[in-house]
Design a protein around this ligand. Structure first.
Ligand SMILES: CC(C)(COP(=O)(O)OP(=O)(O)OC[C@H]1O[C@@H](n2cnc3c(N)ncnc32)[C@H](O)[C@@H]1OP(=O)(O)O)[C@@H](O)C(=O)NCCC(=O)NCCS
Length: 194
């Protein structure tokens, strides 16, 4: 659990604008609480919106922003997914992560992780809170390590966050990612032993 700073509150308020929830956020809960909890299917529309915004920039995930809804749903809620959690403030999803076995069978003790934070909610500790949560969660369900398979070399935010969580770069994949602005760029494989 974490508290929102004034900055994030203002950004969420300005977006909440016409919904009426702004008043509640501003006047009744001066320190809104961010809760991280297991995702529910009813969270999916908000998760989909974040997914589309994140993928539209073409600088972090391989997915096209117009990936079919069913495919996005299965990505977060499919049968093989070990855990999907969301960060929520006043019922509004502002970020999420997914843990899944990186390989089947003899590689299934290593988790793979995906993380996304709403662009309007960034730089306020949500990513770090989700990161600490997925590390604890991965340990709790018995994974022995977490691997990120394609960390784009130009993605300063995730590189800094991964470093804070203790991940090490264990490999460099030359020109493995087709960046929307920069063209072919390198990517890292990152690893955290638990
Ligand atoms: C990566 C991401 C999850 C970080 O979320 P966030 O909520 O902004 O992260 P936090 O506010 O918790 O920041 C944690 C630390 O990460 C680093 N960081 C975050 N954003 C950064 C940025 N834009 N540039 C440099 N460092 C950054 C900082 O060290 C920060 O700590 P600080 O604010 O105390 O300096 C978010 O930027 C995101 O969703 N990006 C798109 C999806 C993505 O890249 N996922 C990973 C794919 S491998």
């Amino acid at each position: 659990m974490t508290f929102l700073t004034p900055t994030i509150r203002e950004r969420l308020l300005s977006r909440a604008g016409t919904t009426g929830s702004a008043t509640i956020l501003a006047e009744r809960t001066p320190k809104p609480v961010v809760t991280i909890r297991p995702a529910r299917p009813t969270d999916f529309p908000q998760m989909l919106a974040i997914f589309r915004r994140v993928c539209a920039t073409g600088d972090s995930y391989v997915f096209s922003p117009d990936t079919p809804v069913r495919q996005v749903y299965d990505y977060w809620f499919g049968r093989d997914v070990e855990a999907t959690c969301v960060a929520v403030v006043n019922g509004h999803v502002i970020g999420m992560y997914r843990l899944i076995a990186n390989q089947k069978g003899r590689g299934s003790h290593v988790a793979n992780v995906s993380i996304m934070v709403d662009p309007d909610a960034r730089r306020d500790g949500i990513g770090l809170a989700l990161g600490r949560h997925f590390v604890a969660q991965a340990r709790a369900v018995g994974f022995l390590a977490i691997q990120a398979n394609i960390v784009v070399s130009t993605n300063d935010a995730i590189l800094a966050l991964a470093r804070k969580l203790g991940f090490a770069k264990v490999g460099r994949l030359p020109r493995a990612f087709r960046h929307r602005k920069f063209g072919l760029v390198d990517a890292y494989v990152m690893y955290l032993a638990l």
